[in-house]
Design a protein around this ligand. Structure first.
Ligand code: HEC
Length: 281
C-alpha cells in the first residue's frame, strides 16, 4: 500500500516536475554534503563559501545574524580562534559600540554588518526563505524527493544569468535576465493567451556577481563559476541553519529511542495478554 502510494507520488513528480520548471524558473538539483538524515556540512566547502561571500557578496549583502565567533563552531566553518581574529582585523577592524555609540575595536562576539547596498536583501536567512522546488499545483511534491531547495535556488540564481528569452526581444527593460529568478519584472510578450509564462526567469536588480575565477581558493580547488556558486550556497545554508547537525542528531536519537521503545512495548504487550490468549472460550 505504502509502496504503491510512493510509486504514484514519484510518477506524479516525474511528470509534473519539468512542466513547472519550464514556466517559472529553472533550478538545478545538487547533491550537497549536508542533505539526507546522515548528511553533514563540509568545513572545507564552508570555508571556501565564506571566502566567496567575503570577496564578492559582502560588497552589497549583509549577514547580520551571524556573529564572528560562530565561525569557530564545530560542524560549521570550524575556524580556529586566531583565524577568526585575523579575519576581523583584516575586514572589520572597527565597529560602533551599540551602547556608547563610540567607535571601538571589533570583538569576536560582534556580528557581521548589515547590508551595504540598500536594494540588496540580508542573506542571513535567505537559504531557508526561498524554495527551489515546488510541485504540481503548488503541492510541493518535488520537495518530498529533492528537499526544499534553498541552497539549490541560490546556486541556480548565481549561475542563471542569460540573454533575455527571444520572446522578450521587443521589450525595452534594461538590466540582467536570470532564468532562476521568478520574482522580477517579466516581459509581457512572453505571456501566452492563457496567462502562462512561456520562458523561465525574470529581470533581476542584481548584476551577475560571479564570473568564475573571482577568488583564489587557499585549498587549491579550481574556482570555476559552478564551484564558487555551490560553495557560497552551502555557506549560506550554514548561515541560515548553523545548528542543522545538532537537529539531525537529536532527530536520529529520537528515532532510535522510539524503535527501542516499540520493541519493548511489543514484548510487554505479548506478555500481558499471554494468559488471556491461552484460554479457550
Ligand atoms: C552589486 C551588489 C550585489 C552583489 C555584489 C551581490 N548582490 Fe545579491 N542582490 C543584490 C540586489 C540589488 C538584489 C535584489 C535583486 C532583486 O530583487 O531584483 C540581490 C538579491 C540577491 C538574492 C535574493 C534573490 C531573491 O530571490 O530575492 C540572493 C540569494 C543574492 N542576491 C545572493 C548573492 C550572492 C550569493 C552574492 C555573492 C556571490 C551576491 N548576491 C552579490 C545586489 C548584489
Amino acid at each position: 500500500m505504502i509502496r504503491k502510494t510512493l510509486l504514484a507520488l514519484a510518477a506524479t513528480a516525474a511528470i509534473a516536475g519539468p512542466a513547472l520548471a519550464a514556466g517559472e524558473a529553472e533550478v538545478t538539483d545538487i547533491s550537497f554534503s549536508f542533505e539526507g538524515p546522515f548528511g553533514s556540512f563540509d568545513p572545507h566547502q564552508l570555508q571556501r563559501g565564506l571566502q566567496v561571500f567575503q570577496t564578492v557578496c559582502a560588497a552589497c549583502h549583509g549577514i547580520k545574524r551571524v556573529a564572528f565567533r560562530n565561525l569557530g563552531d564545530p560542524g560549521g566553518v570550524e575556524w580556529p580562534e586566531e583565524q577568526i581574529k585575523a579575519f576581523i582585523a583584516e575586514f572589520y577592524p572597527e565597529t560602533t559600540d551599540k551602547e556608547t555609540g563610540e567607535p571601538r575595536a571589533t570583538r569576536p562576539s560582534d556580528y557581521f554588518p548589515p547590508n551595504v547596498d540598500a536594494g540588496a536583501p540580508d542573506l542571513s536567512l535567505m537559504a531557508k526563505a526561498r524554495a527551489g522546488f515546488h510541485g504540481p499545483m503548488g503541492l510541493g511534491i518535488n520537495q518530498l524527493f529533492k528537499g526544499i531547495g534553498g541552497p539549490e535556488y541560490i546556486y541556480s540564481l548565481l549561475t542563471g544569468y542569460h540573454e533575455p528569452p527571444a520572446c522578450a526581444a521587443e521589450s525595452n527593460i534594461e538590466g540582467s535576465y536570470n532564468i532562476a529568478f521568478p520574482n522580477g519584472g517579466y516581459p509581457a510578450e512572453c505571456i501566452d493567451k492563457n496567462g502562462h509564462r512561456m520562458a523561465p526567469g525574470s529581470w533581476i536588480a542584481m548584476p551577475q556577481p560571479l564570473m568564475g575565477q573571482d577568488v583564489e581558493y587557499q585549498d587549491g580547488t579550481p574556482a570555476t563559476l559552478e564551484q564558487e556558486a555551490e560553495d557560497v550556497a552551502a555557506f549560506l545554508m550554514w548561515v541560515a541553519e548553523p545548528k542543522m547537525m545538532a537537529r539531525k542528531e537529536a532527530g536520529l536519537t529520537a528515532v532510535l529511542f522510539l524503535i527501542v521503545l516499540s520493541v519493548l512495548l511489543y514484548f510487554t504487550n505479548k506478555k500481558l495478554w499471554a494468559p488471556v490468549k491461552r484460554q479457550d472460550f
